[in-house]
Design a protein around this ligand. Structure first.
Ligand SMILES: Nc1ncnc2c1ncn2[C@@H]1O[C@H](COP(=O)(O)OP(=O)(O)OP(=O)(O)O)[C@@H](O)[C@H]1O
Ligand SMILES: [Mg+2]
Length: 338
C-alpha cells in the first residue's frame, strides 16, 4: 500500500537516509526500529509529507505522492509530544481536523462522540481542557484526533515514550486492539525493541540512515540478518574463540571461528537434559538477577562471562560459586563476518 523507493534525504551535506526501500502492506502494523538518530522520524516525515526526499519516490496505492502537500495525503499522525492544543477542550482537539474540512456542526459532534467512545474517553472528559488530563488520557486524545478524519494510514512517532512503564504496556495493548478494530495501515516509530516485537506485523531495523533488516518479529529475533540487528534486538551472548573451543563447538564444521558468534540467552540451558547434538561446558555461577517470571544468571565458562535465562519453575535457585553445566546447539549460534 505504501511504497518507499530508493529514498534518500540530505540535510546540507549530511546524508540522513540512504536508499530506503519499504513496502507497507494494507492493514499492516509496520514498525521503524533503531537507535536515536538513525533516521526513523525522518522516514516517517517523508511519508507524511513534512520532508521532501532528495531522491526516490513515495507512493500510496500506486499513486506517486512524493510532491503532494501534507494536508492532501489523508494520513493521520500522532507525535511523540502529542502536539495537542493545551488550551482547547478535548472535544475541540478531536474535532480539529473535521473543522478544517468544514464539516457541519452536528456531523462533527456525532463523529467526535463515536470516536471518543472507541478510545474510552467519556463525555465528562470531552469537556475538560487537555492540560487537565493525565498522560495516558492525552495519548488517547491524540489517537482519537488522528483517527477521526478516517485516514487510510496512521503514522505514530514514539507515541508512548513519555509514559510510565505500566501505562505504556497497557496503552500499547489498547493501541494494537484499536488498530485491529479499524484495520488501519499503521506505521509506528520506536527505539524500544520490546514494543516493536510485541506490536508489529513487520519491523524495519534502521542503523545510521540505512535499513539493516525487514522482517517479522520472530525473523528479526531468531534470524538477525546482521551483527547490528543481532545486538540491537534483545539480550545476547558473544561467544569468544576460547569458549567455542572449550565447549567443542569450535571443532564443528558449521561454526566458523573467523566469524563473530552470538547466542540468545534463552538458547543456553543450565543443567538441562542434553540431546546428542548439543555442546556442553562446565560453568560457575557468578551472579543472579531475580525477575519473578524468570531468573537471569551470569556465569563464567570457557574463559568468559555468559548470561542465561532460567524459567522460574519454583526449583531452588543456583547459588554464587555453584558449578553447573551449560548446553546449547549449533543451530542457535548466529554468525557474522567480522
Ligand atoms: N531538520 C534537520 N536538519 C538537520 N539534520 C537533521 C534534521 N532532522 C534530522 N536531522 C538529523 O538526521 C538524523 C536522523 O534524525 P531522525 O530524527 O530521523 O532520527 P530518529 O531515528 O528519529 O532518532 P530519535 O530516536 O532520537 O528520535 C540525525 O542525525 C539528525 O540529527
Ligand atoms: Mg525520532
Amino acid at each position: 500500500m505504501i511504497r518507499l523507493e530508493n529514498i534518500g534525504v540530505r540535510f546540507g551535506s549530511f546524508e540522513a537516509l540512504k536508499n530506503i526501500n519499504i513496502h507497507v502492506k494494507e492493514g499492516e502494523f509496520f514498525t521503524f526500529l533503531g537507535p536515536s538518530g538513525c533516521g526513523k522520524t525522518t522516514t516517517l516525515r517523508t511519508i507524511t509529507g513534512f520532508i521532501q526526499p532528495s531522491s526516490g519516490t513515495v507512493s500510496v496505492r500506486g499513486t506517486d505522492i512524493t510532491n503532494m502537500p501534507v494536508e492532501k495525503r489523508n494520513i493521520g499522525m500522532v507525535f511523540q509530544s502529542y502536539a495537542l492544543f493545551p488550551t482547547m477542550t478535548v472535544f475541540e482537539n478531536i474535532a480539529f481536523g473535521l473543522k478544517v474540512q468544514k464539516m457541519n456542526k452536528e456531523d462533527i459532534r456525532q463523529k467526535v462522540l463515536t470516536m471518543a467512545e472507541k478510545v474510552d474517553l467519556n463525555e465528562e472528559q470531552l469537556k475538560k481542557k487537555v492540560s487537565e488530563l493525565s498522560g495516558g488520557q492525552q495519548q488517547r486524545v491524540a489517537i482519537a484526533r488522528a483517527l477521526v478524519t478516517s485516514p487510510e494510514i496512521i503514522c505514530l512517532d514514539e507515541p508512548l515514550s513519555n509514559l510510565d512503564a505500566k501505562l505504556r504496556i497497557q496503552l500499547r495493548n489498547e493501541l494494537k486492539d484499536l488498530q485491529r478494530k479499524f484495520g488501519i495501515t499503521t506505521v509506528y516509530v520506536t527505539h524500544d525493541q520490546e514494543e516493536a516485537l510485541t506490536l508489529s506485523n513487520r519491523i524495519a531495523v534502521f542503523n545510521k540512515g540505512v535499513i539493516e533488516q525487514i522482517g517479522r518479529p520472530d525473523e528479526i529475533y531468531n534470524h538477525s540478518a546482521t551483527e547490528f540487528v543481532c545486538n540491537f534486538i534483545g539480550d545476547i551472548n558473544r561467544l569468544e574463540e576460547n569458549f567455542l573451543k572449550a565447549s567443542g563447538a569450535g571443532l564443528c564444521a558449521g561454526v566458523d571461528l573467523q566469524k563473530h558468534c552470538y547466542i540468545r540467552l534463552e538458547r543456553m540451558h543450565v543443567n538441562g537434559e542434553v540431546g546428542g547434538d548439543a555442546f556442553q561446558i562446565e560453568a560457575t555461577v557468578k551472579n543472579m538477577e531475580y525477575y519473578g517470571l524468570y531468573i537471569k544468571y551470569t556465569l563464567e565458562a570457557g574463559g568468559q562471562q555468559l548470561k542465561v535465562i532460567e524459567k522460574n519453575s519454583g526449583k531452588p535457585l543456583y547459588d554464587a560459586g555453584e558449578k553447573v553445566t551449560v548446553s546449547f546447539r549449533q543451530e542457535d549460534i548466529m554468525q557474522y563476518e567480522g
